[in-house]
Every structure is written in C-alpha cells, then in structure tokens.
Design a protein around this ligand. Structure first.
Ligand SMILES: [Zn+2]
Length: 483
C-alpha cells in the first residue's frame, strides 16, 4: 500500500479517533477546578508562585493583548465572534476570493512565473498522476514522488534537529505544548487554517505563551496538486490571513504541503503570490497511523524508527515528519525527547534553520513588525466576510476599515498594493522599518491551557475525501480530518 493510499484510508480512521478526541477535548476536570480557585501558571519554575489573573501585576508582564501592540492595527481578538466571522468555515469558495489575491495570481501568471503543469488526478486515494507526464520530470517535479528542488527545504544542517509538528492546533496539541514549554523547546507548528478557527485557545497558547513559530499547512488540508490555481489561492490565502490577523500582523514565510504533495505549479503559486517557501522532510515516522485500525504501526515501531535516526549519522541533520494529531503522535515525540537531547542533537525550530525569523515581515514572535499593506485586510474585523462579492475591494470592504487600520509608513521595498516579496530571503523586510511598532504581540492574551474548553468542530469535507471512502464517511458526515 502506498503511503498516499494508506494516508487516505486514515481519513476514515481519524474520523473515529478524533471523535474520541472531541469527546475528551478538555483537560481533566481537576485542573479546571484548580484554575477556578488558584490559577497556576504551569510554566513557572515553581508551582508556589502565581498571581491571580486579575492581579494588578499581570498587565505589567503580559505581552500585548491585542490592538496596537502588534503592527499598529486593531485586530479582532483571537477566538471572538468578530474574528471567526472573517473566514470560510470550510472549503474556500474560489468565486469569492479577495480581488487582491486573484490580481496577484493573474499578475504572476502573466509574468510567466507559474509553470504550466496540469492539475493532477487522484483516483481512490492513490498518488496524484499527470496523465502521460512523468511526475519526476523537470516540468512537473512532484514532491509526492520525492522530486527534490533546490529551493525546497528537505534537510537540516548537520547535527541539527529541525523541530516541527503538523495538523494543529487541536485539543490533542495540549500535552505537547505543555511539554515543549516545560522543556524550553521551540518548534514550528504547521497549522491547518480551519483548525485555528476552531481551536483558538490552543492557537494562542502556541504562539503567545510558547512563542513558537506558526507556519502554513493550508486551509483544509487537500492534496494541493489536485486543485486549480484559484483553489490553491484560497487554501494559501485564508491560512495566511488568519495567521497574519491573529499574530499581530505577522506573515508566515514557510508552508508544508499536506501529504507532502506539491509540484512546480503549486510551489510557484505559494512563492510568487504569497512569498511562501516549501519545507518537506527527510524522515517520516508514520506516527499518524499509530494504533489505528488496519495499520500495524505501534508506539514501539515508531520509537524504533526515531531511535534509529536519533542514534544515526548527523549528516544531514534531521527534519522528521511528526504530528500533533493524536495522543499517540504527541507521546512519540515526548518519549523520544530525552534521547534526542542525550545524543547531542541541536534542536531548532524548523522555520529558523537559516537563523532568521519564521515570518516574512517580523523579527520572530516578539520582534519588530513591518506592516503588510495591500494584500491582507487590516480592518478591525480582520478580514472581509468570505461570502462577499469577489469584486469587492478587499482592503476597504469592511465598514471598520479606515485610516486607523492604515499601516505606519514602511521602508522602501514595501510597495502598497503589492503582494509580499517572493522567496524566503527576499521576503524578509528591513528590521525596524515599521514606525510605531512595538516588540509585543498583537494577538491574544497569554493563554493558560488549563482554562481550555475548546472542542473540535467538525467540518464537512466529503468533497475532499477520495471517492472510495466518501460513502463510508457519511456515517460521520461532519468530519474534518488531516494527516
Ligand atoms: Zn498534515
């Protein structure tokens, strides 16, 4: 069974698994009781030190709650109804995309920057195919078939462990986030847009409390090569938008294709329209299939794979595909962590392997931001409702979009109305260029996961499920799944 087919089968499996997650989404009741009476910041070195959430000292130490502490724009609070209303609740409708995004796509096509690669075909969950074209050809270069391109990131530098986790944020992310914080490990979270929408508490914890890096894993986790250009713009654009508007205006610089499925056309749209560089991986734990019906993967078999790589050569460094998808995937990393450390790996957030920021316009999670102008809506609501007419001028479609949302003047190189600069290196704008910016987040207040009561809200993704599984999924018709 090919990895692609087996992963597609996992779509069904994950419906069951995540249904269980949904029913046990929040942390144990005892912790909620603790929180009600004496909220303890679990990351502090001693549980004896804490301040009430309403203590006057709290504002002195919490980083920016929202508003003008990011890029100078008053974004809707993460998790608020105003915030949620700005995004598609499921699949993005290509007919209602912001005009600026389509303009940027059309400009890139007209400039010859988007290679002419046909939309791939996928049958019964198999690997996408291209008719008579060889997926390994120079024209296509499919990453599903492990066609390597020089401007993709597959490997880490020698001795470096490029830490990253896919498919969050989810309730299952909670123990991972707690562990990462307790052990002072910074990592990248390749997030699914609708999961951000449905799990804002976990999102804010990852970004605000952990200070971890946020990267793009698309809006609804499709096989990207099977989508049209316009559908691709929706998958990239909405994910970029929700991250941008929920991190005080930071623009992600990296993406990872779901199932590792990209090609020359897809990666060109990512890069030329949205400035995203592609990160793949050089080892795959298959952790998503641990203990899933129909699969032989066990915690022990994943641990054995991890141990082989951890104790193996350090040239090149490791970028291992890992997930925050189930309790088993999370536990696999937690169990391996002592060995990663004792074997001398230098653990670095995978989007910071170049020593720079995970964001195109900001010095990391806590640094200066150069406001983005033109392609993303900076109105208070965060974005125009996706049901708006595609002819609507995106930047002014919200009634609250006004001069108050105007970005501070920026350095040369930031052109109003233009898409972000393409390419990872070129997209990083001059540090300190934005006037009136601060070093604080503009996103949600510091979040204590023990107060989380979020649950997975299922999205109907039947249209995204391979045909052989679609009928089976009608049992759990409102499911959203991802590997
Ligand atoms: Zn994924």
């Amino acid at each position: 069974m090919s990895p692609s087919i087996s992963r597609s089968l996992f779509v069904l499996v994950a419906v069951v698994a995540l249904s269980n997650v949904a029913s046990a989404a929040s942390l144990p009741a005892a912790r909620h009781a603790d929180h009600d009476h004496a909220p303890v910041q679990k990351r502090l070195p001693s549980a004896n030190w804490y301040q009430r959430d309403d203590h006057p000292a709290q504002p002195l130490f919490k980083r920016g709650k929202r508003a003008t502490t990011g890029d100078g724009v008053n974004y809707a609070p993460v998790g608020s109804s105003e915030w949620s209303a700005g995004y598609p609740q499921g699949k993005a409708d290509p007919a209602t995309l912001p005009k600026e995004w389509l303009d940027a796509l059309n400009a890139a096509v007209a400039a010859g920057k988007i290679p002419d690669v046909p939309v791939s075909t996928q049958v019964n969950g198999g690997n996408p195919t291209y008719g008579s074209l060889d997926p390994m050809s120079d024209q296509v270069c499919s990453t599903t078939y492990k066609c390597r391109k020089n401007d993709y990131i597959w490997d880490a530098p020698d001795g470096v462990w490029g830490a990253g986790f896919d498919d969050g944020p989810l309730p299952t992310s909670q123990p991972l986030y707690q562990f990462l914080g307790d052990n002072h490990v910074r990592s990248t979270h390749f997030m699914i847009g609708v999961n951000i929408l449905n799990n804002p508490t976990e999102f804010s914890y990852a970004f605000e409390t952990l200070g971890d890096d946020i990267a793009v894993h698309t809006w609804t986790h499709p096989y990207m090569t099977t989508l049209t250009n316009e559908q691709l713009v929706g998958e990239f654009g909405w994910t970029m938008e929700i991250i941008h508007n929920s991190t005080g205006g930071r623009l992600p610089k990296y993406w990872r294709p779901p199932y590792g499925d990209s090609d020359n056309r897809v990666s060109a749209i990512a890069k030329e329209v949205f400035g995203l560089q592609t990160i793949i991986w050089n080892q795959d734990t298959e952790d998503w299939s641990i203990n899933q019906p129909g699969f032989s993967t066990t915690p022990e078999s994943v641990a054995a794979s991890l141990n082989k790589w951890i104790t193996g050569p350090k040239t090149p460094g490791l970028i291992i595909l890992e997930h925050e998808l189930t309790q088993f995937t999370v536990q696999a990393f937690i169990d391996a962590f002592p060995s990663i450390k004792s074997n001398g790996w230098n653990i670095v957030s995978v989007t910071e392997l170049d020593g720079q920021s995970a964001y195109a316009n900001a010095d990391g999670d806590d640094g200066t931001i150069t406001p983005v102008v033109g392609i993303f809506d900076n109105s208070a609501g965060g974005s125009s409702a996706p049901s708006n007419s595609s002819s609507t001028n995106y930047g002014s479609s919200s009634t609250s979009s006004s001069s108050s949302a105007a970005a501070p003047s920026t350095s040369a190189g930031t052109t109003s109305g233009a898409p972000p600069a393409s390419g990872a290196g070129g997209a990083k704008q001059a540090a300190g260029a934005g006037s009136g910016t601060s070093s604080s987040h503009g996103a949600a207040p510091t979040t204590n996961l023990s107060s989380s009561a979020t649950s997975v809200r299922w999205q109907n993704l039947l249209g995204d499920v391979p045909g052989m599984l679609a009928a089976m999924l009608t049992v759990a018709a409102s499911a959203f799944v991802f590997v």
